[in-house]
Design a protein around this ligand. Sequence first.
Ligand code: OGA
Ligand code: MN
Length: 230
Amino acid sequence: MKLLLTTLKHTRNPAVYLCRRRCSSPRSSGGLPSLQDDVMVVGSSPELVQTVGSQVEVRPGFITEEEEAVLLQELEPELRKKRYEFDHWDDAIHGYRETERLRWAPPCEEILNRVRSVAFPRGSPLLGPVHVLDLDKAGYIKPHVDSVKFCGSTIAGLSLLSDSIMRLVKENEPSEWLDLLLTRRSLYILRDQARYDFTHEVLKDEESVFNGHRVPRQRRISVICRNLPG
Ligand code: OGA
Ligand code: MN
């Protein structure tokens, strides 16, 4: 069984197709891109990157260092009171603590409004409380699809404190996948098919490799906005 799993993992390696973020200047060098480059999404085929890639957005540097500090200042006191949960083997998330927040200090609210305005159509009813998920350095999120009963077509998340990799895998079609490089202070948005037909997961440190580049995972806090089912 172990051998089979290893083999299956290796089949994830074939052709990797790149999707550059918009408004980027062209790179001059050839070869394997470095992480400083503008490639945020890679996938198993050009078609997949084209189609599902259009329902996925990663915006590096969506918030500044100062804004990250403001959010952390607001969240840390509450998070610090909780312990990381490691023991629930059936949980989708391993090594985490979390909270939900409805009311935010004005500077945080301003950041969240920016997230909402780029991620959701104007007037789209949103889930009131914002979800805050604090992953320990050893924590990770297993493949899952967010509840269709409670969440709508769009999921938007800010990543604080660490780079990480989010992997999308088509349900019942594991050869179809996308990897997203979620750099520290980036915003990601998953919409429609990417949200409903693909599982998403956040890789553990040992597996955190993006397009051949190691991406060390530290403690990571995500701030996630969702809309309501239509
Ligand atoms: C979740 C989830 C992703 C993240 O909580 O359902 O997928 O960015 N979180 O933390
Ligand atoms: Mn999720």
